[in-house]
Design a protein around this ligand. Structure first.
Ligand SMILES: NC(=O)c1ccc[n+]([C@@H]2O[C@H](COP(=O)([O-])OP(=O)(O)OC[C@H]3O[C@@H](n4cnc5c(N)ncnc54)[C@H](OP(=O)(O)O)[C@@H]3O)[C@@H](O)[C@H]2O)c1
Length: 251
């Protein structure tokens, strides 16, 4: 820490930093994208659908912020060339896609399973593979992925078998890359959210606040606060960590 002061927020904490937020139009991604832009970062946010990206730009403009957006499917490598050109040399990569599915195991088709693997794992792998060479060259990088509360141990999740298995695998992948890249000034961390009140949170989850020890759902801002902490230049010694943000749920 410099001069004993913590400078993770404020309009210049991320000045001069280039950030790519994959899934920046989503509930948690948009909170992180907006807070990074507010803290001075040059943010490019992506998603597949145009409408939510447009809403993000409108929201940013209403707050006096500028966020660039680009459409692209993160499970595919092809759009990366265009994306990399638009994003410029990256300091920060935030990856949020991670589709949820629940149901009886017998109903999980091979096609649905592969789609979940692509959404939760392949897209994170591709993003890291594409971002890392530039970060290595400049010997600086902050990578943040999204798992799920409890995803730091192989616990049972009846009806959400695939989702939880893939989130546990994501953390293992992140930790391996964290070790490989530590000497290059690159950190890789994973946020493990509990139930966060995002606009698209399934209705069934909204009624679960009573099961959360804190007796309420989390907010996107609470997740984003933690994200900016992990993405800050001064957090360079924190790598391979899994930060649970769940109000005590699923510990
Ligand atoms: N919200 C929670 O309570 C909660 C709890 C535990 C874990 N998590 C995890 O936290 C992460 C973020 O959750 P969230 O609630 O913010 O999700 P969300 O609102 O559904 O947002 C997902 C974002 O990713 C984008 N996306 C999805 N698939 C994509 C693809 N193939 N290519 C490019 N962009 C893609 C979506 O935009 P498009 O659909 O337009 O592409 C959207 O911008 C997820 O990994 C989720 O599993 C969330």
């Amino acid at each position: 820490m410099t001069n004993g002061a913590w400078r993770d927020s404020g309009p210049s904490a991320f000045q001069g930093r280039r950030a790519l937020v994959i899934g920046g139009s989503g509930g948690l991604g948009s909170a992180v994208a907006l807070d990074l832009a507010r803290a001075g970062a040059d943010v490019l946010a992506t998603g597949r659908a145009a409408g939510p990206l447009r809403s993000l730009r409108t929201m940013a403009e209403a707050q006096g912020l500028a966020i660039r957006t680009a459409r692209g499917d993160a499970t595919r490598r092809a759009p990366w060339r265009t994306l990399a050109r638009r994003a410029g040399p990256l300091d920060i990569l935030v990856h949020t896609p991670g589709d949820y599915w629940e149901g009886p195991l017998s109903r999980l088709s091979e096609r649905a399973w592969r789609a979940l693997v692509d959404s939760n794992l392949t897209s994170a792998l591709v993003a890291m593979q594409e971002a890392l060479p530039g970060m290595r060259l400049r010997r600086y990088g902050r990578i943040l992925l999204f798992g799920v509360a409890g995803g730091d141990s192989p616990r049972a999740a009846p009806r959400a078998h695939a989702y939880r298995a893939l989130k546990t695998a994501l953390l293992s992948l992140a930790r391996s890359v964290a070790v490989e890249e530590a000497a290059n000034g690159i950190t890789v961390n994973v946020i493990l959210p509990g139930i966060i009140r995002t606009p698209d949170l399934p209705r069934s989850f909204r009624a679960t606040a009573s099961r959360v020890p804190a007796r309420r759902l989390g907010t996107p801002h609470e997740v984003s606060r933690a994200a900016l902490f992990l993405l800050h230049e001064e957090s360079g010694y924190i790598t391979g960590s899994a930060l649970t943000i769940s109000g005590g749920y699923l510990l």
